[in-house]
Design a protein around this ligand. Structure first.
Ligand code: AMP
Ligand code: ZN
Length: 483
């Protein structure tokens, strides 16, 4: 664990670029005993693409760094699953249209099938990329209506916004009144009058200002919906993250992350909702955004035929005529600084594969436990300068090859820290113990914990398969090493 650094209390020498101030700042958590981070997660209607993998990997590295600096038990990482969205409804109708028409499936049931299958796939994909499961992974549908546990819900937040004069009902919608918040636009640096002057497109008649956005909209009888004070309807996209972040991290927390495209409107609107509903000066203190990924020099798009899902790269020969191990994709992603654009190419993946091979060969010379090198932490503490940290690893690899055993041990520890697989052998006893723990929580119907244990093992390359003992009919779990 690194030493405390002079300066703000709780500061550990970590500096992060804050989109809110457009500058690199010393990071000091609100509560060093509980450092709190929220990252916008996937909308689960289709396979996640390789661009979606970037925020997951980047913020996984930050999560690992925070755990190193503040202690594993002192970091809470929340990444949501968006399982209510019109794109999901459309996908359910496309995939299960006939069953819905014949009455075999309700729309809600079809939607549940789409979202569960996609969320499972997402978990498998990101575990293959070496990402740790977040501390909590709330699903939007569970936070629409008031909850028995009293955690923040979307309807409650919208009610507060109406009561405080920041939202109004019009034409079957509840809208956020952007004119009611003088600081609206601070994150994206878009002053409100500019947005209004720039709005050439026909303004929706029912809106007070063109930038006003939907908090709630009514559903037709065929559409999914929840009862609310404004009628049966469904939430807008932005309100989800305001509810789920507040539910787990409180009204003001430390770090909020996502891709660059989310700055406007999504994050701007999250800030407006949370600050106005809670009457706070901030939603999160630090706002971080990863740059965009393009493929072989072009924007990834289905029409250009250069659109790749994570799963395709892992399991098929469509990119460069071969499959790619998850850790090669992970390293390739991290070789570029997270705020820069990345050009994902076969050449880059080959370079990552070669580098990883050299590092692992050198790490094989390790004798016993090594210390995580200070140089690696120093680079990462400079706004996640992964490239500098990797140069440090290459230096260690060269010292290790020259017979420096402590360098090899440090290298091995650093590779593990980054989520690369250096375990020569799986410790059977440890895996069996985790499986036994998982069976015990399943018996208590604690599915969330069971899934967490499964994903934790998957992140170490161990895949579980549930089944029944043919002789006794008892539930059993078998496992295999995937990487
Ligand atoms: P979405 O499901 O579109 O909301 O995206 C999920 C996450 O992936 C968000 O944080 C997006 O900013 C991010 N994202 C989407 N496309 C890309 C891309 N091409 N490069 C980097 N990040 C992306
Ligand atoms: Zn969000």
């Amino acid at each position: 664990m690194s030493k405390a650094v002079a300066g703000k209390p709780g500061s550990k020498g970590l500096r992060l670029y804050n989109t809110l101030t457009r500058s690199k700042e010393d990071f000091a958590p609100i509560d060093p005993d509980n450092v709190r981070m929220y990252v916008c997660g996937p909308t689960v209607y289709d396979f996640a693409h390789i661009g979606n993998a970037r925020p997951v990997i980047v913020f996984d590295v930050l999560y690992r760094l925070l755990r190193h600096l503040y202690g594993e038990a002192h970091v809470t990482y929340v990444r949501n699953i968006t399982d209510v969205d019109d794109k999901i409804n459309a996908r359910a109708l496309r995939d299960f249209g006939a069953d819905i028409a014949s009455g075999k499936l309700s729309l809600n049931e079809a939607i549940r099938r789409v979202t569960e299958k996609t969320a499972d796939q997402f978990h498998k994909d990101v575990a293959s990329l070496g990402c740790l499961p977040p501390t909590f992974e709330p699903r939007a549908t569970e936070f629409v209506q008031p909850r028995p546990d009293g955690k923040t819900d979307m309807i409650g937040l919208i009610q507060s916004l109406i009561e405080r004069g920041h939202a109004y009902e019009a034409a079957g919608e509840v809208l956020f009144d952007t004119g009611s918040m003088p600081e609206y636009g601070q994150l994206s640096k878009r002053p409100l009058d500019e947005q209004q002057a720039g709005a050439r497109i026909a303004v929706d008649e029912h809106k007070k200002s063109p930038g006003d956005f939907v908090l709630w909209k009514l559903s037709s009888p065929e559409e999914p919906g929840w009862d609310s004070p404004w009628g049966r309807g469904r939430p807008g996209w932005h309100i989800e993250c305001s509810a789920m972040s507040s539910a787990y991290l409180g009204e003001v927390f430390d770090i909020h992350g996502g891709g660059l495209d989310l700055i406007f409107p999504h994050h701007e609107n999250e800030i407006a909702q949370s600050r106005c509903a809670h009457g706070t000066h901030a939603m999160a203190n630090v706002w971080m955004h990863n740059g965009f990924l393009q493929v072989e020099g072009q924007k990834m798009s289905k029409s250009l035929g250069n659109f790749y899902s994570i799963n395709e790269l892992l399991e098929t020969d469509t990119f460069g005529g071969r499959k790619w191990p998850g850790e090669v994709l992970r390293l390739a992603m991290l070789m570029t600084h997270y705020r820069e654009p990345i050009d994902f190419s076969v050449r880059k993946l080959e370079e990552a594969e070669n580098t990883l091979r050299k590092w692992k060969r050198a790490a094989d010379l390790a004798e016993g436990e090594g210390k995580l090198p200070d140089g690696v932490i120093e680079h990462l503490s400079d706004d996640l300068a992964t490239y500098g940290a990797f140069q440090h690893l290459t230096q260690l690899a060269s010292e290790a090859s020259d017979g420096d055993a402590p360098a090899a041990s440090s290298l091995k520890t650093a590779l593990e820290f980054f989520g690369f697989d250096v375990s020569a052998e799986v410790d059977h006893a440890v895996v069996e113990a985790s499986i036994a723990r998982r069976l015990a929580v399943i018996a208590e119907k604690n599915w969330a914990e069971a899934d967490r244990i499964r994903d934790e093992l998957l992140a170490q390359g161990i895949q579980l398969k549930d089944g029944k003992d043919p002789a006794t009919g008892e539930r059993i779990t078998i496992w295999e090493v995937k990487r």
